[in-house]
Design a protein around this ligand. Structure first.
Ligand SMILES: [Zn+2]
Ligand SMILES: [Zn+2]
Length: 367
């Protein structure tokens, strides 16, 4: 079938919207007509070669749409169902069997390999193979080939123009707070970075009645939005030492740090903001894949501190995305406040707007 897709011709190049071909779903696959797709930092990390992905290729991993057709053996969804797409996992390894698909032993190949496990690609252009299968979907197109493991069936009243980012950015921030940290009511949380992941964490923390929710973020509009979403304090990093400012608010330090910046000096200040038994969650993709965070060893021991890596908010998407939609229905996770919709044809403008800080989460909608 012919589709329109946003192809990256080579590492570092802009997206080009072109005609491409998508095949029929193989066993276990789900062909989805995409209504809208979120733009996530990880798409841009692949575009710029910070993550390995074969070019020319199609990325996109916050797709939402309706099932067009299903491959042999698919039972989770049927033709016409509304679905959100999320990261892929194997379903067979020890992590998947423990309901921890974010730590699937096959995660890199299934999400960044650019091909199906059998080496074929769902996408071609003029007979030439395109890198596909990004997060098991490559949803920057009018249709995407997903897998039974990474489609989440949505209620019939789900707004497909808005729900896509639940499959990555929103579940990542919310899941760090609700699953990984499992923040207690009344605890203290520092969120470094007021983008879509950080602000999803803020909304989740407010829903959990976390007592002190501090956001450090350089952009005034994002600090204002953080306060509207439930942050109790905001800090402009230009106004001095982060850890001193945090300790003026919470003298004993914060129990949890959600770092969405991957900036080493910010992480060092975040470490200096920790309370006894505090935890730092690492969630961001650094621009240098070899980046290292130095940890003060005595300090870590005295505090009994923990540093934890987090993928996709420790989410089991079939359970957690419906949980977030239920919170949203109660008015406790108003994720639409983070979203700016733009036409899919303006994908390069959307990247620029997000980079300038004018949009927190762009969702690209097909005309
Ligand atoms: Zn697995
Ligand atoms: Zn993402």
């Amino acid at each position: 079938m012919q589709i329109k897709a946003a192809v990256i011709p080579e590492v570092g190049a802009d997206f080009q919207i072109v005609d491409a071909e998508i095949g029929d779903p193989q066993a276990g696959e789900v062909l989805v007509d995409i209504v809208a797709v979120g733009l996530c930092h990880t798409d841009l990390a692949a575009q710029h070669g910070h993550l390995p992905f074969p070019m020319p290729g199609v990325v996109g991993h916050e797709g939402a749409g309706t099932v067009r057709s299903i491959g042999h053996g698919v039972t989770k969804v049927a033709v016409g169902d509304k679905v959100g797409l999320t990261f892929n996992s194997c379903g067979q390894c020890a992590s998947c069997k423990k309901s921890e698909p974010g730590y699937c032993h096959e995660f890199m190949g299934l999400n960044f390999g650019g091909v199906r496990p059998d080496g074929s690609s769902a996408l071609t252009r003029d007979g030439a193979t395109l890198g596909s299968n990004f997060f098991g979907q490559s949803s920057f197109g009018t249709a995407a080939m997903a897998n039974e493991r990474n489609v989440v069936k949505l209620p019939a009243d789900a707004d497909l123009r808005l729900v896509g980012p639940l499959g990555c950015g929103f579940q990542t921030g919310a899941g760090a707070v609700m699953n990984t940290f499992d923040c207690e009511p009344g605890s203290a949380l520092l969120v470094a970075g007021g983008g879509s992941v950080g602000l999803s964490g803020v909304m989740a923390a407010a829903a959990r009645s976390v007592g002190t929710i501090i956001v450090v973020e350089p952009v005034q509009a994002r600090r204002d939005l953080a306060l509207e979403l439930g942050a109790t304090h905001v800090i402009d990093p230009a106004t001095g030492s982060l850890s001193e400012q945090v300790r003026q608010i919470v003298p004993g330090g914060v129990d949890y740090v959600l770092d969405t910046t991957a900036i080493v000096p910010v992480l060092m200040e975040a470490f200096a903001s920790l309370a006894h038994r505090g935890t730092i969650g690492l969630i961001a993709v650094p621009s240098d894949p070899e980046a290292v965070m130095p940890v003060p060893m005595i300090g870590a021991q005295v505090l009994g501190a923990k540093v934890v890596g987090i993928v996709e908010g420790d989410s089991n998407p079939d359970e957690f995305i419906p949980e977030l939609l239920a919170l949203h229905a109660e008015g406790k996770f108003p994720f639409e406040k983070l979203i700016t919709t733009m036409p899919f044809s303006q994908i390069n403008e959307a990247v620029a707007a997000q980079a300038r800080g004018e949009a927190i989460k762009v969702v690209l909608v097909h005309e």
